[in-house]
Ligand binder design. Structure first.
Ligand code: SF4
Length: 65
């Protein structure tokens, strides 16, 4: 299964991904950047993740094998 990643250099901490899919994304208070929650069910939240990826203004969310 692919891994979901956030490019921390690209992320501007806008919170859009957390808004679109709070089950998977959260803003780290100290870094101000988005993170993928540990243990998040990617399959269950597939559609919301795709929306978050599409709507991320800096295209910081990506998948990796
Ligand atoms: S939508 Fe993109 S830029 Fe905004 S917090 Fe999420 S990963 Fe960062």
């Amino acid at each position: 299964m692919k891994k979901l990643k956030i490019d921390k250099d690209k992320c501007i901490g806008c919170g859009g991904c957390e808004f679109n899919c709070p089950e998977v994304f959260e803003i780290n208070i100290s870094s101000g950047k988005a993170e993928v929650k540990a243990g998040a069910d990617l399959e269950e939240n597939k559609e919301a993740i795709e929306r978050a990826m599409k709507e991320c203004p800096t295209e910081a969310i990506y998948e990796e094998d």
